[in-house]
Design a binder for this molecule. Structure first.
Ligand code: FAD
Length: 491
């Protein structure tokens, strides 16, 4: 049997392993952590279940081209999920703007907030409608061309500061294109974005179960330090304890930086790799502080991933002033907290620096103090906004860039690596061109990469990436690629 070793049990590695098992390969995953999931992370604290990842799960409508991949791995028909009616709300001076999934409702809401922007609002909604009709069928539609304009540039047409705020809050920034914003609006309209009940944990449990039922093996606490090669072909891997394992193929579904620069020791560097890993152009800039609070209280009104609130006092992290934060009220997932209690999570994007890692190493007490300070600031602000919070906080948890690096190895630790290496441009005829890093490396045989470090970012794209790489191997070996459907009761 052809043996394949996969580095990393994130969503991409688990998917690659499952599709290869379906096609008669013998696979083994090596994962450095003691559990699977990678950035699709979750953890338990004092009876509360913290989802450290999923805010939206795309491509989950039956019409989406990636849906069959998800179905083959997760049995989508029997996977309970919440479809967002609203993506988020932003507020200013007592006024609230809600980002509805339904474009008719969204248009009405925008016009109510700012009648003087009516013409621009109509243009935005028309753009989202056209994209909603086309994005599932083609990436190269000329309609997209019109929206390559950056959000920062487009804002010049908008008068309402509340609409401006909506367009520039996470996951968007002034540098994002309007196309990205409209694609999200289009996905919401098509009910192609949701939240899995049970969160990141449920997603990962199902992926692990699928992989192991297909006969795959996961080795936890197995930190790979070297990819072994002979005559420019990979022969296996070596762990940090010196143990070596042979394989016919190695797939790295781990982060790109440690794959290229550490495990391969920088030996295979073509022009493309040099541009990505040895210049400043693509280095991820943003990481995150992730605050989670367990509140002994029910929050009635919410069905959306984000409520953006303006802070009374800015949160200052490394000289950066943070004035707005997005809070997720997890009351749409009954598994997230004990009965009549609620988990709130707050993802605070911050510029990445190594200071969190250094502080944790050199002065753990000060590191913990800083985390407490951030949590107390958030509790004050949330109490001020919602009322009746302070006395009801039962659980406080703060993850920093050091946490994400420790558990997943991800270079510069997090959310910004999702934009890794993908160049979007438009051809002279107006077609959209998406250039992603390649899944193979020039000059090295029998080695592949998949996951967010080859530009397949996010949960669904990560799973698709694993399938794509399995297909490449099958093609290489002259095997007819096949998909084995999930069996009822496999959950
Ligand atoms: C805070 C946050 C929020 C996010 N929110 C969303 C969201 O709402 N929706 C969405 O679609 N996406 C979201 N993402 C992105 C999504 O989580 C990632 O794109 C996706 O999980 C990446 O999967 P992956 O398998 O490519 O990589 P990873 O998850 O990084 O998996 C790589 C695995 O390799 C292991 N590994 C690394 N080095 C080694 C080694 N030397 N030896 C052995 N194992 C190793 C790691 O431990 C890890 O388990 C979010 C990401 C973050 C950080």
């Amino acid at each position: 049997m052809t043996k394949v070793i996969i580095i990393g049990a994130g969503v991409a590695g688990l998917s690659a392993g499952s599709f290869l098992q379906m096609n008669g390969y013998e696979t083994e995953i090596f994962e450095k952590h003691d559990k699977a999931g990678g950035l699709c992370a979750s953890w338990k604290r004092k009876g509360y279940h913290i989802d450290g990842c999923v805010h939206w799960w795309y491509c989950t409508s039956i019409n989406d081209p990636i849906y069959p991949t998800l179905d083959a791995l997760l049995d989508m028909k029997n996977f309970p999920r919440v479809i967002y009616e609203e993506f988020c709300s932003v507020e200013e001076d007592g006024k609230i703007l809600r980002f509805f999934g339904n474009l008719d409702l969204f248009e009405k809401e925008l016009k109510t907030i700012s009648p003087e922007d009516s013409k621009t609002i109509e243009e935005i909604i028309e753009g989202a409608r056209k994209i909603a009709l086309t994005y599932m069928h083609s990436d190269s539609n000329k309609e997209f061309y019109k929206w390559k304009v950056s959000i920062g540039e487009y804002l010049k047409k908008i008068k309402s500061s509340l609409i401006k705020k909506l367009l520039t809050n996470f996951p968007f920034s002034p540098e994002s294109s309007m196309y990205e914003f409209l694609l999200l609006a289009a996905r919401l309209h098509n009910k192609d974005a949701c939240y899995p009940i049970g969160g990141a944990q449920k997603l990962v449990d199902r992926l692990v179960q699928r992989y192991t039922l297909l006969g795959g093996t996961i080795n936890y606490n197995s930190n790979i330090t070297q990819i072994l090669t002979k005559n420019d072909s990979v022969t296996g891997i070596q762990l940090n304890n010196g143990k070596k394992y042979n394989a016919d193929y190695v797939i790295s579904a781990a982060d790109g930086y440690s794959t290229i620069r550490n495990m391969l020791k920088g030996q295979y560097v073509d022009e493309n790799i040099r541009k990505l890993y040895y210049s400043n152009r693509y280095i991820p800039q943003y990481s995150q502080i992730y605050v989670s609070l367990g509140i002994n209280k029910v929050f009635n009104d919410s069905f959306k991933p984000y409520v953006f609130i303006t802070l009374k006092n800015p949160l200052i992290i490394e000289e950066e002033n943070i004035n707005t934060v997005g809070i997720t009220i997890h009351n749409f997932d009954p598994t997230s907290a004990p009965f009549s209690k609620t988990v709130l999570t707050i993802l605070i994007p911050i510029k990445y620096t190594e200071s969190w890692i250094n502080l944790r190493k050199k002065n753990k007490e000060e590191y913990e103090r800083k985390k407490e300070e951030i949590a107390s600031h958030m509790i004050e602000e949330i109490d001020d906004y919602f009322g009746d919070i302070k006395t009801k906080v039962e659980m406080v948890d703060v993850a920093t860039p050091a946490t994400y690096i420790r558990y997943t190895n991800n270079w510069n630790s997090g959310v910004d690596s999702m934009r890794w290496g993908t160049d979007i441009s438009w051809g002279t005829d107006g077609t959209l061109i998406i250039n992603k890093p390649k899944k193979e490396i020039t000059g090295l045989n029998n080695f592949f990469m998949c996951g967010q470090w080859v530009g397949d970012a996010g949960l669904s794209e990560g799973m698709q990436s694993g399938k794509d790489v399995a297909q490449i191997l099958c093609q290489r070996d002259g095997r007819q690629f096949k998909v084995i459907p999930t069996v009822k009761g496999e959950k």
